[in-house]
Ligand binder design. Sequence first.
Ligand code: CP
Ligand code: NVA
Length: 317
Amino acid sequence: MSQPLKDLLRTSDLSASDIELLLGTASKFADKPLWAKKTLARKTVAIYMTKSSTRTRLASETAVAHLGGSPIFLRGDDLQIGRGETISDTAKIISGFCSALIVRTFAQSDVDELGKYATIPVINALTDDDHPTQLLADWLTIRENFGKDIKKRKFVYIGDGNNVANAWLIMGATMGAHIVVATPAGKWAPKSSVVDQANKIAKKSGGKIEVITDPKVAAQDASVIYTDVWMSMGDSEADRAEKTSALSSFAVTNDLMRLTTKDSIFMHCLPAHRGEEVAADVIDGPKSVVWRQAFHRRTTIQALLYHLTRGDLKGNK
Ligand code: CP
Ligand code: NVA
């Protein structure tokens, strides 16, 4: 018997059947937030963040509370890690007090190391490279709008080739979707290693991956247009002018949305910068599903905690 999935360190850790299970459970938590209210009774979950957060922190703390547990929020330099304690020692200590660790930080390798040394589930709540919990919320929102039959649909991300774009590629590939990512060429395109990995996954799942540089070609007949901020947490301020200029033609406007299907939706993980990556009349307009997407941050993190602590996700290994 193979071991159950212990952590969610990367979007690619999840199999399609894990995702189906999580989305089903998250839907239940959307209707009845307290149906599993004893799951974490008298237990604690550490939430450690070295980057800012509005949604992920609120969603995580609320999810833990709805499962009957107590969240312990630890900000960046609250921990002795900032004064040189090792990640492995920290992981062992947190494992002695808590039932899970939710972590947001810069380097993916730090999250990987926490996962290696912690004996409790570790959940990646955003790194420079990935944002797996976001994609669960996104996919549930997509499911609510389009159901399971996505064969003829095109799911498009337009903008910076960042952590969210990476996760969009991998999640879409796992779900067998037709994924298009449009970014400027070069520095702001997704890493070729991620695109290669997405292509490999899509080959097995029946999905299709396209990484292009023309936002109009991408938007044509799209069911979803997704975008994210142009400057991510941790991006160098020295790049701002060059990056903003390279991305200016990738802004999601109503002109771009007019190229999409009649039933298309606009998605954004938030926070948004109206007038930069998205026009106000798009994000605040009738096609926008961003508030439902944000709502599902809680339902999906709750599902993740529920299943990871029970050990019933299979993973990809
Ligand atoms: N989408 C998202 O992760 O939001 P926060 O940065 O506010 O957590
Ligand atoms: N790409 C953004 C996502 C924020 C939720 C960042 O990393 O800052």
